[in-house]
Structures are given as structure tokens and as C-alpha cells.
Design a protein around this ligand. Structure first.
Ligand SMILES: Nc1nc2c([nH]c(=O)n2[C@@H]2O[C@H](COP(=O)(O)OP(=O)(O)OP(=O)(O)O)[C@@H](O)[C@H]2O)c(=O)[nH]1
Ligand SMILES: [Mg+2]
Length: 343
């Protein structure tokens, strides 16, 4: 029965550690009988009153898996607020790279190193899905400036990727008609393959039918507005008959493909999560010459909006490589932008 008592509104603050050993992360199975028992989890537990999150994580990793973690080497990954109905949690998720010891399940739970690409959403509590996205997504999207010249894209890409370890390309060309856009995307796909980076198409979901090898679709709000209206799980059957689709069926691209959404407000971020977005971009962070009429957000608003978001969020608009740590430090996934790499 849902808890409707006075503490209902207060989420339980949980420190969660993604302990990383190269490309593998430490996974445990939650003891049966506990909340979400039997499912896989990242080790961690409740933050005690007056305790810092880092201190809680050091304590939980020692108690649960016998690791001695260095709090200085921890980096925020993502915060997720989730209401399970019987319990509401704030998962405060950190990457842990510096630690000593060999992990073992000190509460009798099985523990295992797993590759990030082998993690399955359905093996984890539902609140963990954005964590898995955050682990897979790059810290930066290179967004193309206006061009139908594949040579220009190729040169810029080669130059940019010579100084970065992980990026993806977002092929944004709103000035092109769909046919010209798809011709260009066909030429850009092998470039991305050669560099080993994902290619996101920008526009409507049907682009993926023509270019199924792309990593996914990034929706501008002009396309989002054309999607069928979505109702959350509380939507009634009669609302479905009136042309609403339930959120569980609202995702406009197939599972296994990435869905990104351009957002500019908390309402757009909430809607992006409702249609199953794997990530959102949030703009403009800083003043930009392309949208001088839009009020820049700044990092303080960014932090607040991102905290309430249900998917990883990239800062966009007047940001550069040096802003990746700022974005991560303010709860974001990284940055997306044109001006810092495009010539
Ligand atoms: N540790 C951990 N907790 C998670 C994850 N995902 C998730 O929804 N949770 C939820 O976070 C809440 C608190 O976690 P916990 O049960 O590990 O807390 P704890 O170690 O302090 O356990 P205790 O209650 O036995 O003292 C649980 O309701 C759990 O279902 C995850 O990946 N790791
Ligand atoms: Mg625990």
C-alpha cells in the first residue's frame, strides 16, 4: 500500500557507487527480502543524518563489498529522484575509480565485474536506467555547423577527435531538405564508423528507417510537438481512446537506438523523460550569437533543472571542452555544441 504518511514527500538519500575497473563496473545482487530484492544493483546505501555523500559511500563500499575507496577520486555521475510508490529515493550516483582491495559480498550477496555494454535494464531496479545510459553515453556531442560539404565535416571531425578520447557526432542540418540530409548522412556514417564514434541523426524518427545503422535520433522540439500526446501511467483508458498514448508506448524509436531531445525548460525535460529519452540537451547555458533572444541559464539553474530531470542532460549553448568538468560537477553528463569545434 503506498505510503501517504507525513514522511511521504522526503526521498531517502542513497549514495550509490559505480566502481570502475577499466571498462568493467562492479555489480551486486540485492539480497532477497530487501527492497528490490533479487535485482542487480550498484553497491551503496542510505546516507546517515549529518553524513556527507562521499563519506557514506566510503562506509557502504567498506561494509558491503570490502573495498577501501578514496573519496578524493570520486566523481559525480548522475542524481535520480524516483518514486517507487511504497518508497521514494534520491540516488546520488558517483564514479569510483580509486580504491584498494578485491571486492567480495560481505552480506552474502554475489558480486561481479561486468562490462557496461552487457548491463540489461530489466535486471536492475527501474530507477537505475538513467545510470546505465549515463555510463554508455559520451561526455560530448560534436554538433555540426550548417554545411552539406562532407569534406568539411570530415576535416573538422579528424581535427576534433585528435584531441579527445570520447565524443559522438550529432548531424544537425536544419537548412537541408530531408532527401539532401539523408544523402549527407549516408556519406557521414562511414566517417563515424572509421573513428569509432556514434552518429546521431537530427530530425524525425523516420530517418532511422532509411539509415538504420545510425546510433539514434535527436529530436528538436519542432518534431516533439508533432508526436502523439502522452499520458503517464495514471492516464485513464478513456484518454487513450481520445488520442493519447500511454508513456510505456510513447518512445518513438526502437529499443537499442538512442533517443535524444533538445530541451530548454523543466517542462520539456520532463516530457523528454516521459517519451523515453536516453538523454536531453539543455540550452542555452551561456549567451550565444545564434539565439541572442534566449535568456542564458547559467550553472545554478542548470544544476536545479538537471537534478529534477529523469535522464542524463548535456549543457549546450556557448560551452566548450573546458566546460565538461563544470557540467559534470553540476549534475550534467557533459556538453554539446557547435562553436567550440566547427570551422
Ligand atoms: N544500493 C543501491 N540502492 C538502490 C539502487 N537502485 C535503487 O533503486 N536503489 C534503492 O535505494 C534504496 C536504498 O538502498 P539500500 O537498500 O542499499 O540501503 P542500505 O544499504 O543502507 O540498506 P539497509 O536498509 O539494509 O541498511 C533501496 O530502496 C533500493 O531499492 C542501486 O543501484 N544501488
Ligand atoms: Mg545497500
Amino acid at each position: 500500500m503506498p505510503n501517504t504518511g507525513p514522511d511521504r514527500a522526503l526521498p531517502v538519500h542513497v549514495a550509490v557507487g559505480v566502481v570502475a575497473d577499466g571498462a568493467r563496473v562492479l555489480i551486486a545482487r540485492r539480497p532477497s527480502g530487501k527492497h528490490m530484492g533479487g535485482l542487480l544493483e550498484f553497491p551503496g546505501g542510505k546516507v546517515d543524518p549529518g553524513e556527507s555523500v562521499r563519506a557514506a559511500l566510503v562506509r557502504e563500499l567498506a561494509e558491503e563489498v570490502g573495498l577501501e575507496a578514496d573519496p578524493v577520486g570520486m566523481e559525480p555521475l548522475i542524481q535520480i529522484e524516483h518514486d517507487y510508490g511504497d518508497k521514494s529515493v534520491l540516488l546520488d550516483v558517483w564514479r569510483v575509480r580509486d580504491f584498494k582491495g578485491v571486492p567480495r559480498g560481505l552480506e552474502g550477496q554475489p558480486v561481479n565485474w561486468m562490462r557496461v555494454e552487457d548491463l540489461n535494464d530489466t535486471d536492475f531496479p527501474v530507477a537505475n536506467r538513467p545510470i546505465i545510459r549515463a555510463l554508455r553515453l559520451p561526455p560530448e556531442w560534436l554538433v555540426t555547423g550548417e554545411s552539406d560539404d562532407v569534406g568539411q565535416i570530415s576535416r573538422n571531425l579528424a581535427l576534433a577527435l585528435s584531441v579527445r578520447s570520447r565524443s559522438g557526432l550529432l548531424l544537425r542540418q536544419p537548412q537541408l531538405a530531408v532527401e539532401a540530409y539523408l544523402r549527407l548522412a549516408h556519406e557521414v556514417l562511414p566517417l563515424c564508423k572509421a573513428h569509432g564514434i556514434p552518429l546521431m541523426l537530427h530530425g524525425g524518427p523516420s530517418l532511422l528507417q532509411v539509415l538504420p545503422e545510425a546510433a539514434g535520433i535527436h529530436l528538436p522540439q519542432s518534431v516533439v510537438r508533432q508526436l502523439p500526446d502522452v499520458r503517464s501511467a495514471k492516464g485513464t483508458p478513456s484518454s487513450i481512446q481520445q488520442g493519447f498514448v500511454p508513456a510505456s508506448e510513447a518512445r518513438p524509436v526502437a529499443a537499442g537506438k538512442w533517443l535524444g531531445v533538445s530541451c530548454h525548460s523543466p517542462a520539456e525535460l520532463a516530457h523528454a523523460a516521459l517519451i523515453g529519452a536516453d538523454y536531453a540537451t539543455l540550452s542555452p547555458l551561456n549567451p550565444t550569437s545564434s539565439h541572442p533572444e534566449r535568456e542564458p541559464l547559467g550553472w545554478d539553474s542548470f544544476r536545479g533543472w538537471v537534478r529534477a530531470a529523469r535522464c542524463p542532460v548535456y549543457a549546450m549553448g556557448g560551452v566548450g571542452l573546458r566546460d565538461i568538468p563544470s557540467s559534470i560537477g553540476h549534475g550534467g553528463q557533459g556538453i554539446a555544441g557547435i562553436s567550440h569545434w566547427w570551422r
